[in-house]
Design a protein around this ligand. Structure first.
Ligand code: ZN
Length: 55
């Protein structure tokens, strides 16, 4: 059991996660990154863009 993952919204598939990210973008204008968690093997959304060229 991973407590940090239980705090997050988890998705079984990438498609579900991307759908949720799209909804969030439309509703809140927030850009969310979809990633597969290496701990729980589920998909999470993150606002943390580690990549450059984001600002
Ligand atoms: Zn996780």
């Amino acid at each position: 059991m991973y407590s940090e993952c239980s705090k997050k919204i988890s998705f079984d598939t990438e498609k579900q996660a991307k759908n949720a990210a799209t909804v969030a973008k439309h509703q809140h204008g927030s850009r969310l990154k979809v990633y597969k968690c290496t701990k729980c093997q589920l998909w999470h959304l993150s606002t943390d863009y580690g990549d450059q060229d984001d600002n």
